[in-house]
Design a binder for this molecule. Structure first.
Ligand code: FMN
Length: 394
């Protein structure tokens, strides 16, 4: 009997993703760096926080809606940009459709496998993500293209330092997919017929190119070609961030903040919002979990700009905890990638439903009528839980 494609938790979606995906693709999504401390702490820290539920006085109706950078969202969860190469033939378009169906904002990576035009058509509430890479002219051209496609905000991700190497080993990723790589990867791919069949049915090969980084009239660079361009670009200064923000001219989210002083500097640079983020534990390993860093950052700048968080969110209860500690909304990465791998667009919708349902239960059990009422008193916070970095030592 065919297994019910619906899954009840993100953990189950991950188990299915592991089964369905070739190990190299699965490994690229697990990612993480070095010892894997940060990736583990991102999820583990959420489990350390307890809830403080109320027993009477619950509200029959709860309002989960919010706005992020001026854009409405049915509940405070956004799709975080990821270079979703080779997970599913519909890739980011399937994710964007799922997000649109559930009323949430789509974050699209410039390293994505599908174009910003296709994605913004599938979900008009798309935010476009860029790294600091290439010449200023090429950055302007990429911003103009995203704006013309209808992107409603720019996400600038700046927390990347090209660290590589993992104690559990990195997956091999081909430069491009052709007959030679097909033969080379056959032992990894053939035991995963479901994944192979999905690509066969769609008549698309996982081509590992980056269509959003194509120069006008040129070819789409390969993933590694684009990565090389990025590595060779001199890192940005705060003046560069301000330049990028002005050049974009609309809502601007700086993603990757861990320190209080950086958050304050981002306010000075005129950003609309920040995401407290460590790139899902893929940047400098041993950076503390984002949920530990959130309270001090929200306290420092939460009145000036929108403070979001990403890293480790796997349950609706995690969303509630982040909101209780000062986030306006959270972004999810691996959670929807597992859903996409497990069951395509429906799998991403399934993940969003799990998060929405879990958040609603938390708001109910904590005795609130709206997500806006979540606050630190809703939580049992262990002593020494939080971390504050980037403030002068007393
Ligand atoms: C496979 C993978 C690819 C990613 N690619 C990008 C990217 O292209 N741009 C970006 O801003 N962040 C990228 N990220 C980081 C995510 O946007 C997000 O910060 C992170 O996944 C959040 O942690 P979580 O996976 O625990 O939810 C990537 C993360 C993963 C796991």
């Amino acid at each position: 009997m065919a297994r019910n494609p619906w899954f009840e938790t993100v953990a189950e979606a991950q188990r299915r993703a592991k089964k369905y995906l070739p190990s190299s693709v699965y490994g690229a999504l697990v990612a993480g760096s070095e010892r894997g401390r940060t990736i583990g702490d991102n999820t583990g820290a959420f489990a350390e926080l307890g809830f403080a539920p109320r027993v009477v006085g619950h509200h029959a109706e709860r309002n989960l809606t919010t706005t992020v950078l001026g854009v409405e969202s049915a509940f405070p969860v956004l799709i975080s940009p990821t270079g979703v190469q080779a997970v599913h033939p519909d890739g980011e378009v399937a994710v964007a459709r799922a997000a649109a169906n559930r009323g949430v904002i789509m974050g699209l990576s410039s390293f994505a496998s599908r174009s910003v035009e296709e994605v913004a058509e599938a979900n008009p509430n798309t935010f476009y993500q860029m790294y600091w890479m290439g010449s200023r002219d090429s950055m302007v051209q990429r911003m103009e293209r995203a704006r013309a496609a209808g992107a409603k905000a720019l996400i600038a991700t700046l927390d990347w330092s090209f660290s590589n190497g993992r104690d559990w080993g990195s997956p091999p990723i081909p430069e491009r997919v052709d007959l030679r790589t097909a033969v080379k990867f056959a032992p990894d791919v053939l035991p995963h017929p479901r994944w192979l069949l999905a690509f066969a049915k769609s008549r698309r090969l996982p081509d590992l190119t980056t269509p959003n980084l194509r120069a006008p009239g040129g070819e789409s660079p390969t993933f590694f070609g684009a990565y090389g361009e990025w590595m060779q670009t001199a890192p940005p200064t705060w003046d560069d961030v301000e330049w990028m923000r002005k050049e974009w001219g609309g809502p601007f989210l700086l993603k990757g903040v861990s320190r209080v002083d950086d958050a304050k500097r981002a306010v000075d640079a005129g950003v609309t919002g920040i995401s407290v983020s460590n790139h899902g534990g893929n940047n400098l390993d041993t950076t503390p979990a984002t949920i530990r860093l959130l309270p001090s950052i929200a306290e420092a700048v939460g009145a000036d700009i929108e403070v979001l968080l990403d890293g480790g969110v796997r349950r609706g209860g995690d969303v509630a905890k982040a909101l209780a500690l000062g986030a306006r909304a959270v972004l999810i990465g691996r959670a929807y990638l597992w859903g996409l791998a497990a069951n395509g667009q429906a799998g991403v919708e399934n993940v969003l439903d799990i998060l929405r349902g879990g958040l609603d239960s938390a708001v109910l059990g904590l005795g609130h009528a709206s997500v806006d009422e979540l606050n630190p008193d809703d939580l049992a916070i262990p002593d020494g839980f939080t971390r504050t970095i980037g403030v002068p030592r007393a």
